[in-house]
Design a protein around this ligand. Structure first.
Ligand code: 5RP
Length: 222
């Protein structure tokens, strides 16, 4: 089975976590895109969706799925029923690295506004220790060198994501060479560096459930 086929299987499996008449939080990336395509088949059974990026909003709308602004949604419901999104890496504790697509800030916001985060990945994303995938950090442009210096102090090698601006108008530093043995501590530490908008560690609020696609089928972790 190809990686693409495993992504397709987990995307379809995630439909089981979508509650009828609810507002669904939807992530960004190739796996999330497959979920959006699958969600289109049940669009008449949900109230709508909140998108974690402009690209996701466009894809949802292209399928005729009602897209709500998060603030609008939270005037109608106390929380979104579920947030469904992919990840770049996950570990046994369901800590994640996200942000390969640069949407980490809105992803973290929509995940935080949801009752649970169901993460959809293929087995290639599983690691023992986070950090082989360069850690994305969204940064206010004027703080680039300040944040880069802090990343070096942590043992990483920050690289500017060239030619990329986030949906929020900021830059991304991808930090290579980290070995993240304390995801929660590292997430908290980076959150406190002035100029950091969001870092791509999802540990303080990791995934409640990871659906992992394997050639043998979809495994549920959590
Ligand atoms: C985007 C993300 C994605 O979830 C992550 O990059 C995984 O993407 P894909 O499903 O294409 O492998 O965090 O910011």
């Amino acid at each position: 089975m190809t990686q693409d086929e495993m992504k397709q299987k987990v995307a379809e499996a995630a439909l089981a976590y979508v509650e009828e008449d609810s507002i669904v939080g939807v992530g960004t990336g190739s796996t999330a895109n497959k979920f959006i395509d699958a969600l289109a088949g049940m669009k008449s059974r949900i109230l709508g969706a909140v998108a974690s990026s402009n690209a996701t909003a466009e894809r949802l709308a292209g399928h005729g799925i009602r897209v709500l602004d998060l603030n609008e949604a939270l005037t109608q419901v106390p929380a979104l029923s579920v947030y469904i999104d992919g990840a770049d890496e996950f570990d046994a504790g369901r800590n994640l690295i996200k942000g390969g697509g640069g949407a980490l800030t809105r992803e973290k916001i929509v995940a935080a506004a949801s009752r649970r985060f169901v993460c959809i990945v293929d087995e290639t994303k599983r690691v023992d220790v986070l950090g082989a995938f360069p850690l994305p950090i969204e940064v206010i442009p004027m703080a680039r060198e300040l944040v880069a210096a802090e990343a070096r102090k942590l043992g990483g090698e920050p690289r500017l994501r060239e030619g990329f601006t986030t949906d929020n108008g900021n830059i991304i530093l991808d930090v290579h060479g980290l070995r993240i043995t304390d995801p929660r501590g590292m997430e908290e530490h980076l959150n406190n560096v002035p100029g950091v908008v969001t870092n791509g560690i999802f540990s303080l609020q990791g995934a409640a459930i990871v659906l992992m696609g394997t050639p043998a089928g979809v495994q549920t972790i959590g």
